[in-house]
Design a protein around this ligand. Structure first.
Ligand code: TYD
Length: 211
């Protein structure tokens, strides 16, 4: 049996993560791999329920409550979806994972990297991705993309999208810092330009067998 592989996608809003993940899924399937595509927060009924709370503009959970909801959703997704798929030798592509909490809650919201990473380890049972692709884009370009997507009404919720420019700048810096903290698995991909231009850059970060 082939060994399972776990790839997470990270980055700010509107960096084109979703488009690139779909492309990569199709590419890997064409190579004969079974791909499981999922997202955080979400991906199981428990986690989707947590997502609905997190993204409801009427609720505004406190910072730590938000973190615990994210970790609860994460634990459920890891145990019910990600670990079983990896055990079957499949490739798991996850749209955001524990690093999003490290950056958004730990760095930007100020809970602290070490505390969040400790909770991440508890929630994931120490399951790290084999590879984390950070799609990096100047936030001015990213937010414009996300806005036009929301205005087009594709169903994307936006409580957390609706943040000032300074916030997006700090998110970007946070992900770049993450690549310094975990150079063994985090790879920064330049997300500027058309999706057709970004995809080959992303493929270049993958092991030979997936290109
Ligand atoms: P989503 O609609 O999935 O946005 P995107 O297309 O940018 O991935 O919304 C997820 C939002 O939740 C996004 O603003 C990032 C935030 N988030 C955190 O703050 N911490 C986390 O751990 C995760 C997984 C997401």
């Amino acid at each position: 049996m082939q060994r399972g592989w776990f790839i997470s996608f990270e980055g700010g809003e509107g960096t084109g993560k979703t488009t690139q993940i779909r492309r990569l899924a199709a590419h890997l399937e064409a190579l004969g791999r079974t791909v499981v595509l999922t997202r955080e927060p979400g991906g199981t009924p428990v986690a989707e329920a947590a997502r609905a709370v997190l993204l409801d503009p009427a609720l505004e959970p406190l910072g730590l409550s938000e973190l615990f909801l994210l970790e609860a959703a994460r634990h459920d997704l890891v145990e019910r979806v990600i670990r079983p798929a990896l055990a079957r030798g499949e490739v798991v592509l996850c749209d955001r994972y524990a690093d999003s909490s490290t950056v958004y809650q730990g760095m930007v919201r100020g809970i602290g990297v070490e505390r969040v990473e400790e909770l991440n380890r508890l929630a994931t049972g120490d399951l790290d991705p084999d590879l984390t692709l950070v799609l990096d884009l100047d936030p001015r370009a990213g937010v414009t993309r996300a806005r036009s997507r929301n205005a087009a009404g594709d169903g994307s919720e936006s409580r957390l999208d609706d943040e000032p420019a300074e916030f997006h700048r700090r998110v970007r810096e946070g992900f770049l810092r993450l690549s310094v903290l975990h150079p063994d698995r985090v790879c920064v991909v330049d997300a500027a330009g058309d999706p057709e231009m970004v995809f080959p850059r992303l493929l270049a970060a993958l092991p030979e067998e997936f290109r």
